[in-house]
Design a protein around this ligand. Structure first.
Ligand code: ZN
Ligand code: ZN
Length: 388
């Protein structure tokens, strides 16, 4: 490995420099060699990176101690010294420190206007019917999301112009303000008033995005929904959200699943439940029929003597688990229906059955119905057949 310059020498401080002194020295170098101020100047970028590497070590008590004792070699043995590829890495690592350098306490969120930031994630509801949830499906979702403006490639400046480096805040987006109150003067960190925290100033705005650097555009994205999803689950398409800032990654697209109710089947986790009505004779004697499923039919055998409310379990005929694809069970609850109307023959047979059971039953309904018939017969008869 090539000989590295001494970190104290890089920052221009003494070996016994206090932490504050190191910070001040670094801030000066970072502002002077800032890539926005030195566009295309490779040597300045190198100095910027070198200063960042030095500060990464000397600004950290533990790393500084190792460096003091064993030098660069000591740091490398501990898994390598700092490796900054570009300015964005440095802002990513030191965003908060840039804020701290301005003397304000806490937070640091407003600091480092140039720090790469991840884009916002988007939510999109996706409604499925139970069969689609059972089989899995592909969905095209269409919505509007921000895209980097093609006219200005995202910097917000009119083509042919460039955003200018903000000299008020040295491109950092924050300034230190001196305020007074209660007989004291104190320092407060605030967003730079010249650039409103952006770190750069756009003199002539891009006509397409009006300086925003991004524009809402309609997009259509294909989303693969795995079999077995349920209401409340999310299918995430990574990197399909809003674009990030300063080269940060895009956010994600969260498809929020809503599965519509099915007229026959209900869901309990991976189990499917349904209620099947059968007649008294089917329950008593047993029966077989084809139960319509989400896909195809299934032969359902009802054993003789099945009781009302009894649940028949068919293993492996439920919904697939969205991760393992292992299927739950189908639970069929038997409902025994008591007929509301009987014809003459049916009533006669059931009365015979009742006499075998030796149970007490109410007297013939027919006598009452016949009475009603007798009462209304002349009128209804005349209405039904007016010709005769
Ligand atoms: Zn634009
Ligand atoms: Zn500024």
């Amino acid at each position: 490995m090539a000989n590295k310059r001494d970190y104290y020498e890089v920052l221009g401080v003494q070996k016994d420099a206090a932490p504050d002194e190191i910070k001040r020295a670094y801030r000066k170098l970072a502002a002077a060699n800032h890539p926005d101020r030195n566009k295309g100047d490779e040597a300045a970028l190198e100095r910027f990176k070198e200063a960042a590497s030095a500060f990464e070590v000397l600004g950290d008590e533990e790393k500084r101690e190792i460096y003091d004792r064993y030098g660069h070699e000591g740091l490398e043995r501990r898994g390598g010294g700092p490796q900054f590829q570009n300015a964005a890495d440095i802002f990513g690592a030191f965003g908060d420190i840039f804020g701290e350098l301005f003397g304000g306490g806490g937070g640091g969120g407003a600091a480092a206007a140039n720090r790469p930031r991840r884009g916002d994630s988007l939510r999109y509801p996706v409604q499925l019917d139970l069969k689609e949830a059972f089989l899995g499906c592909k969905r095209s979702v269409s919505f509007e999301r921000d895209e980097i403006c093609k006219t200005c490639t995202g910097n917000g400046a009119k083509p042919g112009t460039k955003p200018e480096f903000c000299s008020t805040c040295a491109g950092l987006g924050v300034v230190n303000q001196t305020r007074s109150g209660f007989g004291f003067q104190f320092q407060q960190r605030a967003a730079c008033p010249a650039c409103r925290g952006a770190g750069s100033i756009i003199r002539e705005k891009c006509p397409d995005c009006r300086g925003a650097g991004r524009k809402a555009e309609p997009v259509t994205i294909e989303v693969a929904i795995p079999a077995g999803v349920d209401t409340g689950m999310q299918v995430v398409r990574q990197g399909e959200g809003e674009p990030g800032a300063n080269g940060g990654p895009r956010g994600d697209l969260h498809c929020e699943i809503v599965v519509k109710e099915h007229p026959l089947f209900k869901r309990e986790g991976t189990h499917l439940t349904c209620r099947v009505p059968v007649t008294f004779s089917q329950a008593a004697l047993g029966a077989e029929f084809d139960l319509p499923m989400l896909v195809g039919t299934e032969l359902l055998k009802i054993p003789a003597g099945t009781q009302p409310g009894e649940v028949l379990r068919k293993r492996g005929l439920g919904m697939p688990d969205h991760r393992t694809q292992r299927r739950g069970d189908l639970l069929v609850e038997i409902q025994v229906e008591v007929p509301k109307k009987l014809n003459e023959k049916q009533e006669q047979l059931i009365r015979e059955l009742a006499s075998l059971d030796q149970t007490h039953v109410s007297s013939h309904r027919k006598s009452f119905l016949e009475k009603l018939k007798d009462l209304f017969a002349p009128i209804t008869g005349a209405d039904e057949d007016p010709k005769s």
